[in-house]
Design a protein around this ligand. Structure first.
Ligand SMILES: Cc1cc2nc3c(=O)[nH]c(=O)nc-3n(C[C@H](O)[C@H](O)[C@H](O)COP(=O)(O)O)c2cc1C
Length: 190
């Protein structure tokens, strides 16, 4: 299944300075589903990060719970070109994801989690070992965009770096060669 995302708004209700000022990690989520518009806007923001030598090593996966996003079934989706969602794996895996993240169970409460995965080869092929550093820097750019976009939309998130890499890769069925680097649960704050 492929879902076309909506166009992003280029003008929000919160200024960039307000979003930077207010940004905070928040870990309590309401059950409220995200709208397709919110999801589209967040994915758009993730795709607007810089990339070393335009090597684009990152892939964004979206873990969606049951009745957690408008008109979208539970599953793991690949945010292809940051403009559509390709169903990658069916089912609500939020609890398994939370357990893989050292049982930070608040992750299972969030309607949606973004998982930023990297294929290091795309960048190390050009830059050698230094490419590893570039990939990690790049993930930080993507994460910050998601943090700030959440603030601008009145949503909450937290960057999660503590997880069992192999377990997260397994519960998402990530393609061979792609490693999870960051998890960001997103939702309406409690
Ligand atoms: C690399 C990195 C990894 C992190 N991993 C986790 C995590 O696994 N779980 C968590 O609850 N917060 C995690 N955080 C969020 C930090 O705890 C948080 O950013 C810090 O306490 C500062 O708070 P603030 O984001 O509200 O300014 C992580 C942050 C970073 C930058």
């Amino acid at each position: 299944m492929r879902i076309k995302l909506e166009g992003a708004d280029k003008r929000g209700k919160v200024s960039l300075e307000e979003a930077i000022e207010r940004r905070k990690s928040r870990r309590a989520f309401k059950r409220t589903a995200l709208t397709k518009k919110q999801l589209s806007q967040l994915i758009w923001s993730a795709g607007k990060a810089p990339s070393a030598g335009a090597t684009y090593p990152l892939e964004l996966y979206v873990v969606i719970g049951k009745e957690c996003a408008e008109d979208i079934d539970a599953g793991v989706y690949h945010a292809k070109r940051y403009s559509e969602l390709d169903l990658h794996k069916e089912g609500d895996i939020r609890e398994k994801l939370a357990v893989a993240c050292l049982s930070q169970m608040f992750i299972a409460d969030a309607p949606v989690s973004f998982v930023i995965a990297a294929e290091y080869e795309r960048t190390t092929r050009r830059y050698g070992d230094r490419g590893i550093r570039y990939v990690h820097i790049e993930v930080g750019h993507v994460s910050q965009n998601i943090y700030l976009q959440c603030e601008a939309l009145g949503l909450v998130t937290v960057a999660i770096g503590a997880f069992y890499d192999d377990e997260v890769a397994r519960v998402l069925s990530l393609p061979e060669g792609q490693k999870p680097i960051y998890v960001m649960p997103v939702g309406v704050g409690l």
